[in-house]
Write a protein that binds this ligand. Structure first.
Ligand code: NI
Length: 223
């Protein structure tokens, strides 16, 4: 019982920390994203056998303070930040290590770059993070991120590229519609869990519907 209270306190502190840390983020990675990922991850976890819910919630809340796209090549910086935060908040060394290991593996680094966490908890959080890049919210986040990167929303003369390494994925010029093809539409085939896959298929269909309508309007098809 005592440990339970302690875990809840660590979760509460971590939520407050994330609200402060990710509040001003204009790229679709604000704290609401972290909270949605935590909620979806706990939902996916309920269909799995005995995952550690404490680790899942911590990793989901903290996963984007380590986002490699925002740390100029030093992805370990965010991982260390998460680890130190957890130790200071009172998490055990083992729980802090497990959480940090998940965060290190989680983000999408290009079409041909596969990075899957070893633990069940990590696989669940990765699925939840990917689900937030799909569906209506995924579309909204993609256009926010594109605006932040000063990308065009669409350019018919710039075809999508499937990136073979993380560097070229991060640095190449693209459009938000290309981002659908370079990342978002690839995600449903990379889900780790059955429930993640089911939800991804649903949200994937919505992306396809959206793109069809987008191109209809772009091409001036009015009937
Ligand atoms: Ni994320």
């Amino acid at each position: 019982m005592k440990q339970q209270v302690n875990q809840n306190q660590i979760i509460d502190k971590t939520r407050a920390f994330i609200m402060e840390k990710l509040a001003p983020d204009p790229t679709g990675h604000d704290f609401h994203h972290a909270f949605r990922v935590a909620r979806t991850a706990l939902h996916i976890a309920s269909a799995e056998e005995n995952p550690d819910l404490f680790i899942i919630e911590l990793a989901a809340l903290l996963h984007d303070i380590a986002d490699w796209k925002f740390h100029d090549g030093d992805e370990d910086l965010g991982v260390k930040l998460a680890y130190n935060w957890l130790r200071n908040a009172g998490a055990s060394e083992s729980d802090s290590e497990k959480t940090a290991a998940i965060i290190k593996k989680i983000s999408f680094k290009g079409a041909f770059v596969n990075s899957v966490p070893e633990s069940l908890e990590g696989k669940i959080v990765q699925d939840a993070d990917r689900l937030d890049a799909l569906g209506a919210i995924g579309i909204a986040r993609a256009f926010s991120y594109g605006g932040f990167k000063r990308n065009l929303m669409y350019d018919p003369d710039l075809p999508p590229v499937l990136h073979h390494d993380a560097e070229s994925y991060k640095n190449s010029r693209s459009t938000t519609v290309n981002h659908f093809h370079e990342k978002m539409l690839l995600l449903k085939d990379r889900m780790n869990t059955a429930e993640g896959r089911r939800l991804a298929e649903e949200r994937h269909r919505f992306l396809e519907l959206y793109l069809t309508q987008f191109h209809r309007e772009w091409n001036g098809e009015n009937s």
